[in-house]
Design a protein around this ligand. Structure first.
Ligand code: ASP
Length: 454
């Protein structure tokens, strides 16, 4: 039984937080692999160490003095060393490590930046291992290079190379003590440091969980659990999600919901490793479990959560006898494909179809080209491009079996005097999507929340 625990930046922001991390890990002997982020924000106004490192690297690239930024970074680790009473030598080592990185090859900006960015996690792992050892626990910093964490050379946006899995399993599977692994980076085949996209320590944790076939991937952050609806839209929300399935998480996070990016945890999901989102500051809370499958008990609310996002555009095409024209949809979708625009939804009727896409991917020039092609190739009876849409997803595995879910949701929208512009039930039957005007979004979500959770 191995649990992989990943701690985010706020969990390592200072010595007090790192002490909590050690307490949490030591409370459960199956917590054997610990993945750490760089020290994050101690307060809203604070700066993450990763951002300080980026600033430091950019100053060096611009031939400006990096020294003040460098000292600020070293100070963050020095505070941790002092608070936990660790040996002072570790701070000198971190200082030397940063200077070595600063002096490294600057001929490739991306490569240099990644070498600097990775210092946050790397030194975080070294100091975390030291903190465990200071408590008499056998803990070892693991160098991703030695463990065979191999990535593509897409600096700042690297991806895992598949041979990493057996490497990592061999390196981490049978260790005696705790393995402390830095998140966010690995090495290219030619030995350069490469980082995942920002927030990438979640990816590292998911990869390690998959590699060692962990019983659970515990992702410790600074919230108790995932709420059924975004608390920014419904401040009184009290309904925490205890368990949701991978599919539910995906449907919810797709519409701007969630604690982490669903793509980041894909390796764990593919390997069927359950994910537990937990709070470092309140470890007694069970958090939210994300699992491959769950039973919906009789009487349980069929809806697990309500997600929403604004910034969608609807391209509506109407043509009499459209259903008889073979290849209509394919030709229409191809126009978007050739513009490099991915499709979010496509509700259709007998003579009409809507293509829903993200506004950010459909600028005025693309719109003009697509509209001209639709006019020229299809001669539609009517067509409209409507911006300013919001999508609301009502999600739950139980919805497949519950009767009247759409009726209840539509009634909630009617009660809030929100006009439904579009409805789409996904083929999975675990979600219903409503398209509404962006200006109606908040009211709509609040009313849906009352209908399903109050
Ligand atoms: N420290 C990195 C960042 O701020 C990675 C992470 O924390 O996950 O993006």
């Amino acid at each position: 039984m191995i649990k992989v625990c990943k701690f985010g930046g706020t969990s390592l922001a200072d010595g007090g937080q790192l002490k909590k991390v050690c307490d949490i890990v030591l409370a459960d002997p199956s917590r054997r692999i610990v993945v750490v982020s760089a020290p994050g924000k101690r307060s809203k106004q604070d700066t993450k160490v990763t951002d300080l490192l980026i600033d430091c690297a950019n100053r060096a690239l611009a031939n400006k003095d990096p020294e003040p930024a460098l000292r600020e970074i070293v100070d963050r680790y020095a505070e941790i060393q002092r608070t936990l009473g660790l040996e002072a030598g570790i701070v000198a080592e971190i200082d030397a490590d940063l200077r070595r990185r600063l002096a490294s090859n600057r001929s490739h900006d991306g490569m240099f930046l990644d070498a600097m960015k990775a210092a946050g996690e790397d030194n975080s792992a070294r100091i975390t291992a030291a903190a465990f050892r200071a408590r008499g626990v056998a803990a070892e910093y693991v160098d991703p290079r030695d463990a065979g964490m191999l990535l593509t050379d897409e600096f700042g946006n690297a991806q895992l190379l598949p041979e990493s899995y057996p490497n990592l399993a061999a390196s981490l599977g049978n260790r005696r003590g705790l393995a402390i692994f830095p998140g966010f980076f690995g090495y290219t085949r030619s030995g350069a440091v490469a980082t995942f996209p920002r927030g990438g320590s979640d990816i590292t944790g998911a990869i390690l969980a998959a590699a060692v076939k962990a019983t659970v991937y515990e992702n410790f952050t600074d919230v108790d659990s995932v709420f059924a609806v975004d608390p920014r839209l419904v401040p009184e929300v009290r309904h925490a999600i205890a368990t949701m399935t991978f599919r539910e998480m995906r449907e919810l996070s797709y519409a701007g919901f969630g604690v982490f990016h669903d793509e980041a945890v894909l390796p764990a999901i593919r390997a069927g490793v359950p994910i537990n989102i937990r709070n470092t500051n309140r470890p007694e809370q069970p958090g939210t479990m994300v699992v491959p499958k769950r039973e919906v008990k009789p009487g349980e609310c069929a809806v697990v959560g309500i997600a929403s996002d604004t910034g969608f555009v609807n391209v509506y095409v109407d043509k009499y006898l459209m259903n008889r024209e073979v290849g209509f949809c394919r030709r229409l979708l191809q126009m978007f494909e050739e513009e490099g625009v991915s499709i979010e939804h496509m509700p259709s009727g007998i003579d009409n179809v809507s293509v829903v896409i993200r506004e950010a991917r459909f600028d005025a020039a693309r719109e003009a080209r697509v509209v001209a092609r639709i006019q020229a190739e299809f001669h539609p009876d009517n067509m409209l491009v409507e911006r300013g849409h919001a999508l609301i997803m009502v999600v739950g595995e139980g919805m497949q079996y519950a009767v009247g879910m759409a009726a209840r949701a539509s009634q909630a929208l009617a009660d809030a005097k929100v006009n439904i512009e579009m409805i789409n039930q996904g083929a999975s039957e675990i979600s219903i999507m409503f398209g509404v005007k962006a200006a109606d979004r908040d009211r709509a979500v609040q009313s849906l929340y009352r209908a399903f959770f109050k």
